[in-house]
Design a protein. Structure first.
Length: 159
């Protein structure tokens, strides 16, 4: 599999990937509203030229924020390699921290990031209720039947 910058693939491929995995390219989280198909990031491409994983991020001042991370196959190192690529890029850009937001039901994301040195930074209570005002297709119940209500911010200090 090949890891490439998001601008080395077509925007339509990236948009299709987001629509398939998120229902749209629009991401609504506490830090803002984003069109993920227009953000910087990296993609993992398989030997057939298909996107198998994708990560997007923004940089603001000395902080990098991961906006989305998706992998079509779990436990294959796809997500890890994408996060590592963003961390390396953030270090080159002199970022001091890298952060991200996930929802309270996403236990696999909480486990994934904490194993990689991220810590729980803050809780945004009922943030998803506010996000649904802008993106009503956000489901009310998520992974393992857990109601989706809150956003959890995780962060990592970069060296």
């Amino acid at each position: 599999m090949e890891l490439i910058s998001i601008n080395e693939t077509t925007q339509s491929n990236v948009a299709e990937f987001f629509i398939e995995h998120w229902g749209s390219t629009k991401m609504v989280i506490s830090s803002g509203v984003y069109d993920c198909s227009k953000l910087s990031g990296f993609v993992k491409i398989n030997h057939n030229g298909e996107i198998t994983g994708l990560i997007t991020y923004i940089i603001s001042g000395d902080e990098c924020e991961i906006i989305s991370l998706d992998s079509k196959e779990e436990n294959k190192g796809i997500g890890s390699s994408l996060v590592k690529a963003v961390e390396e890029m953030a270090c080159k850009e002199k970022c001091k921290y890298i952060s991200l937001i996930t929802t309270n039901d996403n236990l696999s994301a909480l486990k994934f990031y904490q194993k990689r040195g991220y810590f729980l930074a803050s809780l945004h209570r009922n943030a998803v209720e506010k996000a649904r005002e802008m993106k009503p297709e956000i489901p009310f119940v998520g992974n393992d039947g857990i109601p989706i209500r809150d956003e959890i911010e995780l962060a990592k200090r970069l060296s």
